[in-house]
Design a protein around this ligand. Sequence first.
Ligand code: 4NP
Length: 172
Amino acid sequence: MTRILFVCLGNICRSPTAEAAMRRLVQARGLQGSVEVDSAGTGNWHVGESPDERATATARRRGLTLDGRARQVSAEDFERFDLILAMDGSNANDLRRLAPDEKSAGKVRLLREFEPDAVDASGRSEAEGGGDLDVPDPYFGGSDGFERVIDLVTAACEGVLDSLGLQAGTRR
Ligand code: 4NP
């Protein structure tokens, strides 16, 4: 069993979307017994709330169901999960600071590191000196931001499963 935790700031927009996208991919590959997913936020402002209504509506149109309630990352998460996937560089820094030890800090990665051919906001890849591989925070923007989150996290989650060697029918 591989346990994956998606983390953003509020746990109401990006990480619940990534969790739902990954859950769908896991089902599509028949990996329900091999991969477990959850999400959390580094901040505590929205703890106990349902996912953002705009994120939920956009996701629904794309066939994804956002559920659960926002929660904050805890020390136990660093024990429980094998991979802790941050939506942006700021989330990754916060997570590494919160990690109780080196081993836990080593579980923290940027989600989009796993996206094949990822490019930054100016269209440059890492090899071309591209900048951040953030999933941009859609909270203060328009509806296209929420669409973009779904595109980015879906491509990256495919990459995560590929990198773990979890193709359809794989048993782990
Ligand atoms: P998320 O989006 O980190 O993708 O859940 C945000 C949600 C709330 C806030 C910021 C980002 N906020 O400032 O309250």
